[in-house]
Design a protein around this ligand. Structure first.
Ligand code: EPZ
Length: 426
């Protein structure tokens, strides 16, 4: 894992070629780790990605009293029988706002929970009003001030019908987990439909929860007395897969991506074909081959909740667009400030104009290496990808952002032929 004084140095080095194996999904592993707090027996999770964010979530579980054992690099045994606190340590919430999804399980276990108000982050304000609306509907009293958020259900949680004004992934997960042991039936309307919601629902069902409709906008949860243990393999990371697929196309390479579910990343496949790449999906295995042998053409993307184009692949696709033939357009509808990679791409010679949540990109023949800064996890990945096709050397700082969501990005790109290394600077 990186710290503040590491940088990634990339030199344009021609097409990517070879095979890359995708890791387990960060955005599925995080809520599933939180869901382990609901169980009182051994749980074994496999395909858990080696990431900074996962380390932080494991610290949160340990601080609450869960027993954690690594069985191998990506397999973890967790037992939360003896958890003895309903308060998430404030300093850990500061490190990772995604730890907010432990509130639902703690509310279900203790009928009360408290944590630090999760700050926004650089891609947006990231409010949690929909999470709290759900907890309130289930019978909890919630208090939020600048510093902390608490939820207390004196008479326990009772099923309710909860409409989400926005299909929030985190709110859907938090409410689903809180409702697993509420009295009676809960219906979440306008629920998020991401594959990570389905993976969480499958995991909870194996623990004895009664959930129907995950993957659709109506999820029904019938409360049960208790949840047991189980074994579960985390689904592949569709955003990591998208990152390498886009990199293969923009370097005019030929890359086989292993451990990817095509159905989970359909919009990115469609857009890669639209710009002129070739995408071959294997019938019976989770393998996708992406190749391109000529300059790609511009297109438009609009990010939307699943099954629309994923906001988490927007920065990476913009890196590809910056060297396409002609004009491209990007509209970011999920977060209010997710264009911070634009200034950094412009430093590398990209021609991008933004107005609010819209960007216009005019493809240039060549990017040039520059000193740039990762501003968030996906923006950082986009800069590595831009460096792969730039003339000369690109030095990327603040790479701790990248390590939060990409395991061994340097090794994986180097194995595909990239001229890339990680250096420590004093
Ligand atoms: C999850 O964040 C992912 N993170 C994000 O991935 C991803 O970008 C996002 O879903 C959308 O797909 C994890 O799963 C850990 P949301 P989450 O609640 O749950 C608004 C990455 O790069 N909103 O669906 O926080 C919110 O402001 C990260 O891996 C409310 O208004 O996303 C935002 O505009 C970045 N009120 C929109 O919904 C609420 O109570 C989407 O947020 C909650 C959210």
């Amino acid at each position: 894992m990186s710290d503040n004084n590491e940088k990634i140095i990339v030199k344009g080095n021609g097409p990517l070629k070879g095979k890359v194996k995708i890791s387990g999904a960060k955005n599925s592993a995080l809520p599933i780790l939180a869901a382990c707090l609901l169980g009182t027996e051994d749980i074994i999770l496999s395909e858990v990605p080696k990431l900074k964010d996962i380390e932080i979530m494991l610290e949160v579980l340990k601080s609450l009293g869960s027993e954690i054992t690594y069985l191998d690099d990506t397999t973890i045994k967790i037992n939360s029988k003896n958890i003895n606190s309903y308060e998430t340590p404030f300093e850990l919430m500061d490190k990772m706002r995604a730890s907010f999804v432990v509130m639902g399980p703690l509310l279900a276990r203790f009928n009360k929970t408290k944590t630090k108000s999760p700050g926004g982050c650089n891609i947006g304000k990231r409010p949690v009003d929909l999470h709290l609306k759900g907890f309130k509907s289930l019978g909890a009293k919630t208090v939020q001030d600048h510093d902390e958020i608490s939820a207390v259900a004196e008479n326990g949680l009772k099923g309710a019908i909860i409409y989400l004004d926005f299909p929030s992934v985190g709110a859907t997960q938090n409410i689903m987990m809180a409702a697993t042991m509420a009295k009676g039936e809960t219906v979440i309307e306008n629920a998020a439909k991401e594959p990570e919601i389905v993976d969480l629902s499958n995991f909870l069902t194996k623990m004895g929860a009664k959930i129907r409709g995950a993957g659709t906008s109506i999820i029904t949860i019938e409360g049960v007395e208790k949840l047991t243990g189980t074994n579960h393999a985390i689904i592949p990371d569709r955003i990591e897969a998208a990152t390498y697929m886009i990199a293969a196309a923009m370097t005019k390479g030929d890359v086989v991506i292993e451990n990817v579910i095509g159905a989970h990343i359909r919009p990115v496949i469609a857009k890669l074909i639209e710009v002129g790449a070739t995408v071959e999906e294997s019938k019976d295995e989770d393998i996708i081959r992406v190749k391109a042998d000529k300059r790609l053409n511009g297109t438009t993307i609009k990010t939307l909740p699943y099954p629309g184009f994923p906001t988490d692949a927007q920065a990476q696709f913009m890196a590809l667009m910056s060297i396409c033939n002609g004009e491209s357009r990007v509209k970011e509808t999920v977060f209010e400030n997710r264009f911070m990679h634009v200034d950094e791409l412009v430093k590398m010679g990209a021609s991008v104009l933004t107005e609010g949540n819209e960007a216009a990109i005019l493809g240039v023949d060549k990017l040039k290496g520059a000193n740039v800064k990762a501003t968030d996890l996906r923006a950082g990945a986009a800069l590595v990808m831009a460096g792969l096709v730039a003339e000369g050397e690109t030095v990327i700082s603040d790479i701790y952002h990248i390590d939060r969501g990409y395991s061994d990005i340097v090794g994986k790109f180097r194995n595909l032929g990239a001229n890339i290394k990680r250096v420590k600077v004093d």
